[in-house]
Design a protein around this ligand. Structure first.
Ligand code: ARG
Length: 470
C-alpha cells in the first residue's frame, strides 16, 4: 500500500494538495448559512435517530451523536462556538465540532446523506419556522390598515387614475385597497407554507444511495408529511425558494406603493396626511424640513426584492439538473430579501397605525367636477344611453371650464342651450347642487366600491381572511 499523501484539508482523501486560498475563500458559505445552525442540528439528530432505527449505526453511537449535537447546539446558542477558517459551511462546522466533542461516533453521522440534501432540509425547516413569523407581521400590518379604514369609511377623499382626480372615494376605501393586497399576500404565504411539506433529507447527492435508509421516518421525525418525490430535483432545484423570494418581491410592490402614497399625500402640495415626529426625519441644512424618510424607504427598499428575485432566478436558470455550486447563492439572496422585508413590514405597520388625515383638505380636493360620473349615471337612470349621458356631462364640464364656473354652472349652460336634452332639467340641477362630497360618497352602491357600507363590508371580509387556515 502506498503512503497516505493526504493534505490537511477537509474531504481530503482524493486530493494531493490543499485548496487554493482564493478558492477556499470564495467557496466558503458559512458566514451566510451559519444562521441555519438550529435547523442543521435538528436535521442531523433526526437523521441519526433514523439511521439507528434501521440498524445502520449502533444505538450507542446514535445516543452519543444526539447528546453531542445538543452540546454543540448549546455552544451555538450561547455564542461560544468557534468557527474555524476551514469550516466551509454550517454543515461542515457542526460535524467538525461534533467530532471534537464525541470522537469516532461522529464519523457515522453522514451515512446516507449529502450536504446537497442537508442544505435543503435546513432551508426548508428554516422557512417552516420563519414563514409564520412573516405571516404574523403581515397580519399586524393588515389589521392596522383595517382599523384605520373603519374610521375613515365616511371620510371623503378623491380617488385617482393616472394621478388625475377621478371620483369621490374615501379614506376607508383607499386603505382597504392596500389591505386587500396584504391579505392576498397572507393567503399566498399560507399556500406556500402548505406546499413545504416534503422532507429533502435522504435524497443524497443526486440520485439516492445504496443503504436501506427510511426517508419516511426521517420526514415524520422532522414534522413533514412525506419525503420529497425526486432526489435529483430536491438537491438541484430551488423553485420553492424562488417561490418564497417571489412572494417577497410581490410584497415589495405593495410596500413600495403604500410608501409612495404616504410620501405623496404627506407632501404639503397634497397635505392630506399627518405622521408623528417619530416617523419623520430632519434635514442637515434646511431647518424647516420634516421628511418622510421611512415612507420613502418603504417605496425604495420595497422595490429591491424584485431585484433579489431576478438574482436568484438567474443563479438557478441554465444550470444542469442536480446540484451545482451556483446554487449556494440562494441563501445569501433569500436572507437579505427576507431581513429587509421583515423590517419593512414592521415599518409599514408603524406608518399604518400612526397616520392621520386632514378631512378638510381631503374634502377640498373633492372638486365639483368629481360629480361627473354621478351625473352621467343619473342621466342613465332617467333613460339616456350612457354614451349620450357621457357626452352631455363632458360638454357641461367643458362649458364650466370655459366660463370659469363649476359643474352646476356648466350643466345649466348646456340645459339652457338644449332644454329638451333631459325630461326634468330643474330637478336635475337641484339634485346636482345637493351632491356634496359626502353625498357622492353615500350614493355609491357598487359592491367593492367606496360607499361606506361597502367599505365596512370589505373590512369585515378582509379581517376574516386573515384567520389562520384550518
Ligand atoms: N454550502 C453548500 C450550499 O449552500 C452546501 C452544499 C454543498 N455541496 C457540495 N457538494 N459542495 O449550497
Amino acid at each position: 500500500m502506498s503512503e497516505d499523501r493526504t493534505p490537511a484539508r477537509s474531504l481530503g482523501g482524493r486530493f494531493t494538495e490543499a485548496t487554493h486560498p482564493v478558492l477556499e475563500r470564495i467557496n466558503r458559505s458559512v458566514d451566510v448559512d451559519r444562521r441555519l445552525w438550529d435547523q442543521d442540528i435538528r436535521g442531523s439528530q433526526a437523521h441519526a435517530a433514523m439511521l439507528a432505527h434501521v440498524g445502520l449505526i449502533p444505538e450507542a453511537d446514535k445516543d452519543a451523536i444526539v447528546a453531542g449535537l445538543d452540546a454543540v447546539r448549546a455552544e451555538l446558542a450561547d455564542g461560544t462556538f468557534v468557527f474555524l477558517p476551514s469550516d466551509e459551511d454550517i454543515h461542515m462546522a457542526v460535524e467538525r465540532r461534533l467530532g471534537e466533542r464525541i470522537g469516532a461516533p461522529a464519523g457515522r453521522l453522514h451515512t446516507g446523506r449529502s450536504r446537497n440534501d442537508q442544505v435543503m432540509v435546513d432551508v426548508t425547516l428554516w422557512l417552516r419556522d420563519n414563514l409564520p413569523v412573516l405571516r404574523s407581521a403581515l397580519v399586524a400590518w393588515c389589521a392596522a390598515l383595517l382599523h384605520q379604514a373603519e374610521h375613515g369609511a365616511d371620510v371623503p377623499m378623491p380617488s385617482y387614475t393616472h394621478l388625475q382626480p377621478a371620483q369621490v372615494s374615501s379614506v376607508g376605501q383607499w386603505l382597504c385597497a392596500h389591505a386587500a393586497e396584504v391579505s392576498a399576500h397572507v393567503r399566498r404565504l399560507d399556500d406556500l407554507l402548505a406546499r413545504l411539506d416534503a422532507c429533502p433529507l435522504g435524497s443524497g447527492a443526486s440520485a439516492g444511495g445504496y443503504l436501506p435508509i427510511d426517508r419516511r421516518l426521517t420526514a415524520s421525525l422532522l414534522g413533514f408529511a412525506r419525503p420529497t418525490v425526486n432526489a435529483t430535483a430536491t438537491t438541484g432545484s430551488r423553485t420553492d425558494l424562488l417561490d418564497v423570494v417571489g412572494l417577497l418581491a410581490l410584497l415589495g410592490t405593495t410596500l413600495s406603493r403604500f410608501g409612495e402614497e404616504i410620501v405623496l399625500f404627506l407632501s404639503p402640495s397634497f397635505g392630506f396626511l399627518t405622521l408623528p415626529d417619530r416617523l419623520t426625519t430632519g434635514s442637515s441644512l434646511l431647518p424647516q424640513k420634516r421628511n418622510p424618510d421611512g415612507a420613502e424607504l418603504l417605496r425604495g427598499a420595497g422595490k429591491l426584492a424584485a431585484g433579489d428575485f431576478a438574482a436568484l432566478a438567474s443563479a438557478v436558470a441554465g444550470i444542469p439538473s442536480g446540484y451545482s455550486k451556483d446554487l449556494q447563492a440562494d441563501k445569501e439572496v433569500l436572507f437579505r430579501a427576507w431581513d429587509r422585508t421583515v423590517d419593512l413590514v414592521a415599518l409599514a405597520t408603524l406608518h399604518a397605525e400612526a397616520l392621520g388625515w386632514k378631512a378638510d383638505r381631503l374634502a377640498a380636493a373633492c372638486t365639483p367636477e368629481l360629480a361627473s360620473l354621478w351625473l352621467a349615471d343619473r342621466l342613465v337612470l332617467a333613460g339616456l344611453p350612457f354614451r349620450e349621458a357621457h357626452h352631455l356631462v363632458g360638454r357641461a364640464v367643458r362649458e364650466a371650464v370655459e366660463a370659469g364656473t363649476d359643474l352646476h354652472g356648466g350643466l345649466s349652460r348646456v340645459l339652457d342651450a338644449q332644454p329638451d336634452a333631459v325630461s326634468d332639467p330643474d330637478e336635475l340641477r337641484t339634485e346636482l347642487r345637493a351632491m356634496t362630497p359626502a353625498a357622492l360618497l353615500g350614493a355609491l352602491v357598487t359592491e367593492g366600491g367606496a360607499g361606506p357600507a361597502s367599505v365596512r363590508a370589505q373590512v369585515a371580509t378582509l379581517r376574516a381572511s386573515l384567520a389562520p387556515r384550518a
